[in-house]
Design a protein around this ligand. Structure first.
Ligand code: NAP
Length: 291
């Protein structure tokens, strides 16, 4: 088994982003700005938000954090988003999910200006992704794509994984991960199979794949029975088991196979944060270019 060095890949990307921001600052005296919103006090969300703010500081993105009370109404959230939409210092807006009390997050996401939608979850941006005919078009048009799937693509590219004409199985069909990732893989000419909880014969389907991405949130669900030798296995899952973080893959079961895989922790997670920085930079450029 070969562990993909995701930390190295994400550090290199972060360094590139930092250099671009330094240049912007030297030429304009301005820095891209990212607003983060946390509703309530979910401990995991608090950790994610802290990491995102710290990552912004490291590359020179100005961060504007807003804590909203657990009991805030949808109207409170929408009012805050409206103010952030109108603030020219802010290029990106990130609403940390999930929202408490089963509030419908999509209504709030829909109110974020598509130009500032650094999570790529606004229907306008997911529509642009779905309508794109190729990877080149996605890159050229600077489309804001959900951070985790875009990070997975970056890991695949940097780990020299062949995508074109390969069979890729994406397990999980969420709007955040599985769906956009399937579109991205398709844009690079993979033959994509989307699997979910109602999929039959998941083991056999996965065994046929050259690339397996698991994003289901079930610890140790994927074991050696699901994969063939030579596969690239991307573990998006983040699961807490007796105070430890693990992915969806049963590491011990696959470690003596001929597989290339991402670790958890320290795999897709850090890359996701790096792409958030990149999306903030994209949003800054898009505003500047009037797109
Ligand atoms: P989600 O919205 O809960 O979606 C989970 C998906 O998994 C659903 O499509 C579900 O199918 C499918 N699923 C559940 N059990 C299954 C099974 N037994 N067989 C096949 N498919 C099954 O979750 P998400 O937001 O996409 O996140 C998935 C995981 O990734 C979680 O562990 C989350 O913490 C992690 N995550 C990590 C990052 C990162 O930065 N590393 C970012 C985002 C999420 P149905 O649609 O049929 O219910």
């Amino acid at each position: 088994m070969e562990l993909i060095n995701c930390k190295k890949i994400s550090n290199e990307k972060t360094e590139e982003i930092k250099e671009k921001i330094d240049k912007i600052k030297r030429h304009t005296g301005k820095a891209p700005g990212l607003a983060t919103i946390l509703v309530g006090k979910n401990p995991a969300s608090q950790i994610y938000i802290r990491s995102k703010i710290k990552a912004c500081e490291n590359v020179g993105i100005k961060s504007f954090h807003h804590d909203l009370d657990e009991n805030s109404s949808k109207k409170d959230i929408l009012n805050l988003i409206k103010k952030l939409n109108e603030n020219s210092e802010i290029d990106g807006i990130l609403l940390q999910l999930p929202l408490p009390q089963n509030k419908d997050a999509q209504d709030c996401i829909n109110s974020i200006s598509p130009l500032k939608d650094v999570d790529g979850l606004h229907p306008f941006n997911s529509g642009l992704l779905n309508l794109s005919k190729s990877w080149d078009e996605i890159i050229k048009k600077n489309i804001l794509v959900s951070c985790t799937p875009f990070g997975v693509m970056h890991i695949l590219c940097k780990s020299s994984t062949e995508i074109e004409s390969k069979t890729a199985v994406v397990i999980g069909r969420s709007n955040l991960v599985g769906k956009p990732l399937s579109m991205l893989l398709l844009s690079k000419n993979a033959t994509v199979i989307m699997a979910h909880s109602k999929t039959k014969n998941l083991r056999e389907i996965c065994k046929s794949a050259d690339i397996v991405v698991t994003a289901i949130g079930k610890p140790s669900f994927i074991n050696r029975e699901f994969i063939k030798n030579g596969v690239t296995l991307i573990d998006v899952g983040i699961n807490r088991v007796s105070d430890k973080i693990c992915g969806d893959v049963d590491f011990n079961s696959v470690k003596d196979m001929d597989v290339k895989m991402t670790p958890v922790p320290g795999g897709v997670g850090p890359m996701t944060i790096t792409i958030l920085l990149e999306n903030t930079l994209k949003a800054f450029y898009n505003k500047k270019n009037g797109t």
